[in-house]
Design a protein around this ligand. Structure first.
Ligand code: CTP
Ligand code: MG
Length: 393
């Protein structure tokens, strides 16, 4: 079963207003609304492709706010209404049509994989699936003077979210028929399906899966994310043996020395400990699993590559690196004179301010292998903050 997702992101966000550009490119806790609305599909093993639909001319914005991914197709241009934009996405998938398509608003950044599963379980031939929320307020139908004309039976009403799931060929045909008849303003794909006589089942929606429509929605989303910070720490430890030589690399700096550090790469114990600390904060294994010493590619490699890669992985997981602390344990060289340059080098590689990097050093008081100058060790801690949106809740 081949399953694609279309993310419609070609709207202008007029109800949100403001000079900051279309709402889907605004950031919520460091990550764009668009990137967030894609994340559940990127992570979901049943989804094999994602087709973004953007406004013609938004390519630069799009590239700045999303990361390339093997599942992500090149964006196509949308149209004047949401209905046009969805049809553009469906048409773009026609060359290699999927069996099922999920159609999602870029303006809904809090989609969870569990909702995707409920939709995929609900969709079948002749029947689409849409997430619905039961209403809790009493509902009134009013006349033009805003006088209550009737109380409406709430049990038969749902407010409907995206994504909505359909058999690809069926929804494509329904959209083409709607467009042909001159219909342009159907506000969701359920309405397009209904018009074509397709059935749509309501599956349980997710109250967190809100659409950012007004400035108030944006503010409450920001508040909600920042009110529940999820702070994680990772630790790292490394040792390299000292062998005859005349220079060492420590925390990204090459220093003249009476010995050299032995290793497959440049043997930078400080950066290795920091790399492990970052990987530890996201539970992504260790430096050896990402950059095996058995791989000739890493022979004499600069450890700055490892650290940079670990920092990118943290960000891909939605983490923000808030602090790094490394302690070098060596009898010589003296680290004090190089401390500031080391902090700056690490900060540059990781992409954080220097104030968020600490470099410390201690001797081992002549004790043990460090004391006998047989090797240099390093300990590191990384602090990473994730925002309050958890996929698995
Ligand atoms: N959308 C689209 N093409 C359009 C209009 C809307 O792709 N011509 C997308 C939006 O980018 C959004 C989703 O459809 O992800 C739902 O639309 P809505 O919340 O109405 O967003 P906007 O149209 O951008 O906002 P507004 O109506 O306030 O201008
Ligand atoms: Mg709109």
């Amino acid at each position: 079963m081949r399953i694609a997702a279309i993310i419609v992101a070609a709207g202008r966000g007029e109800r949100l207003g403001g000079e900051d550009g279309p709402k889907q490119y605004l950031r919520l806790a460091g990550k764009s609304i668009l990137a967030r609305s894609m994340a559940a599909f990127l992570d979901h093993e049943r989804i094999d492709r994602i087709q973004p639909v953007i406004h013609a001319g938004d390519d630069g914005l799009y590239r700045r706010q999303t990361l390339p991914h093997e599942k992500l197709l090149a964006p196509v241009a949308g149209g004047a209404t949401r209905q046009h934009s969805v049809l553009a996405g469906l048409t773009a998938l026609c060359g290699d049509p999927p069996d099922i398509v999920l159609i999602h608003d870029a303006a809904r950044p809090f989609l969870r994989p569990a909702l995707i599963d409920r939709l995929l379980d609900g969709v079948k031939a002749g029947t689409g699936a849409a997430p619905g929320l039961a209403l809790t307020d009493s509902l009134k139908r009013v006349n033009r003077e805003k006088r209550v004309a009737a109380t409406v039976d709430r049990d038969l009403l749902f407010s409907v979210q995206t994504p909505q799931a359909f058999i690809f060929a069926e929804i494509l045909k329904a959209h083409e028929a709607a467009a042909k008849s001159g219909e342009t303003r159907l506000s969701d794909d359920c309405a397009v399906a209904e018009r074509a006589g397709l059935a749509v089942t309501i599956v349980e929606g997710d109250p967190s899966n809100i659409k950012i429509t007004t400035r108030r929605d944006l503010e409450s989303a920001r508040q909600w994310l920042s009110a529940r910070p999820d702070v994680r720490t990772g630790q790292g430890y490394d040792v390299h043996r000292l062998v005859p030589g005349d220079k060492i690399t420590l925390c990204g700096l090459e220093l003249p020395h009476s010995a050299s550090l032995e290793g497959h790469s440049d043997a930078d114990v400080g950066l290795h400990a920091l790399t492990d600390a970052l990987l530890g904060a996201i539970g992504e294994g260790d430096i050896g699993s990402h950059f095996p010493p058995s791989d000739p590619k890493w022979k004499d490699a600069s450890s700055q590559i490892f650290l940079h890669r670990a920092a990118s992985l943290v960000r891909q997981c939605g983490g923000e690196i808030t602090h790094l602390d490394v302690t070098l344990i060596c009898e010589t060289p003296k680290i004090g004179p190089h401390r500031q340059a080391m902090r700056e080098r690490i900060a540059g590689v990781v992409g954080v301010e220097t104030a968020r990097v600490s470099v410390k050093a201690t001797t081992n008081e002549g004790v043990g292998f460090v004391g006998r100058k047989e090797g240099i060790a390093a300990l590191a801690t990384a602090t990473v903050i994730f925002d309050g949106f958890r996929h698995d809740e």
